[in-house]
Design a protein around this ligand. Structure first.
Ligand SMILES: Cc1cc2nc3c(=O)[nH]c(=O)nc-3n(C[C@H](O)[C@H](O)[C@H](O)COP(=O)(O)OP(=O)(O)OC[C@H]3O[C@@H](n4cnc5c(N)ncnc54)[C@H](O)[C@@H]3O)c2cc1C
Length: 337
């Protein structure tokens, strides 16, 4: 019998699998390699200061540094670099953001991270800017490195899990020829495990990212003004991201793409070309908190979900909390990160 079956190899399933393996458990990840999963589409930014109120992440600094350290350790283990530190320039949009900044700078923790600055070359912002260190996870390189590791360890199967094929018995979960002590759904916004988690209220948010070609622009920075422009491994830039809760198709919506591009034109003074758009669905929870734990009705079925728009920083944390909680109390009830 295998200790854990994990459905999904996005950010949630990847970190859970690696953390369980490091803790000595046996694992089989089952993933259908959806090319437009949130994790494959995401820009991979780890940004500690967000929103018009310049809010410092609740995970900063302790959990933030912990997650970065876990990525660095994984880069060494897999001999693959995938996390890059960049300066992030946050352009201030209006006078009220300047007032907000003055208040935030009273907080020594915020002031130790953020410095007031000029907008970077090629960008306009009449209200100035701030600069602070941020990171970008190269999603393709990271997810492929984990995939290769799992494959090499015979811990990955590529297929779709149908709920009807998951048979929960008293002391095991059966899926095809496999038996698991527990089956954990890390399946993102596809609400596959809803049958077992009726108490979880997901509010998925669709988002677009657009490829931008701009040879005159420095590739060694991220610029953020509510939307952002960041480096891409193709040598182009990624412009993102839209966020909305109602849509009729998973394809990129031309209206939202046009809005992103117009917003970039209002900020970037250097000419640029617009490339391909992609879209994905963030697995956001109604209360904006990530969730982990086991089903009340069927305690051998677990989940990690609700990573929303911050899966890069929260996925190492939630995986670690999951394994700690399991060691104290196997089949523990749902918890919020
Ligand atoms: C446009 C956009 C930009 C974003 N930018 C950022 C960012 O810059 N920084 C950040 O931190 N976050 C960002 N996010 C959010 C981030 O992508 C998510 O938080 C994260 O990817 C969620 O990971 P997950 O593993 O929960 O789900 P997913 O990435 O959706 O992974 C689920 C996996 O499960 C598989 N799967 C699903 N159902 C089944 C099944 N029945 N059988 C087998 N396999 C199955 C899928 O193929 C997939 O591989 C962005 C999201 C979007 C949409």
């Amino acid at each position: 019998m295998i200790d854990f079956g994990i459905v999904g190899q996005g950010l949630a399933g990847s970190w859970l699998a690696m953390t369980l393996i490091q803790a000595g458990y046996s694992v089989l990840v089952i993933d259908d390699a959806q090319p437009d999963s949130a994790s494959r589409i995401a820009a991979g930014l780890l940004n500690p200061v967000t929103g018009p109120r310049l809010t410092l992440s609740p995970h900063y600094p302790h959990d933030w540094h912990y997650s970065i350290a876990r990525y660095r350790a994984l880069e060494s283990q897999l001999s693959t670099p995938f996390l890059t530190e960049y300066p992030m320039s946050r352009l201030l949009n209006n006078a009220s953001e300047r007032v907000q900044l003055a208040q935030r700078l009273q907080n020594p923790l915020f002031a130790s991270l953020v410095s007031p600055s000029l907008p970077p070359a090629g960008w306009q912002s009449e209200f100035g800017a701030i600069t602070y260190p941020a990171h970008q996870l190269n999603m393709t390189v990271y997810l492929d490195a984990i995939r290769d590791f799992l494959k090499a360890n015979k811990a990955l199967t590529t297929t779709t899990v149908s709920l009807d094929d998951c048979i929960v018995e008293t002391d095991t979960v059966r899926w095809g020829a496999h038996r698991f002590s527990a089956l954990i759904f890390c399946s993102g916004a596809r609400d596959v495990a809803q049958r077992w988690f009726s108490e979880i209220e997901l509010k998925p948010a669709k988002g677009e990212i657009v490829e931008i070609e701009c040879p005159g622009l420095s590739p060694a920075q991220i610029v953020n003004w509510g939307h952002w422009l960041c480096p891409s491994d193709t040598g182009l830039f990624k412009l993102g991201a839209s966020a909305y809760w109602q849509w009729s198709t998973p394809e990129p919506d031309p209206k939202h793409v046009a809005h992103l591009v117009a917003d970039l034109r209002s900020r970037l003074t250097i000419p640029f070309k617009v490339g391909k758009a992609t879209a994905g669905i963030r697995p956001s929870a109604r209360n904006r908190r990530a969730i982990y734990g086991f089903s009340r009705q069927s305690p051998r079925i677990g989940c990690i979900t609700g990573l929303g728009g911050t899966g890069t920083i929260t996925s190492p944390l939630i995986a670690e909390r999951f394994v700690q909680a399991w060691r104290n109390t196997p089949f523990f009830p749902l918890r919020l990160l």
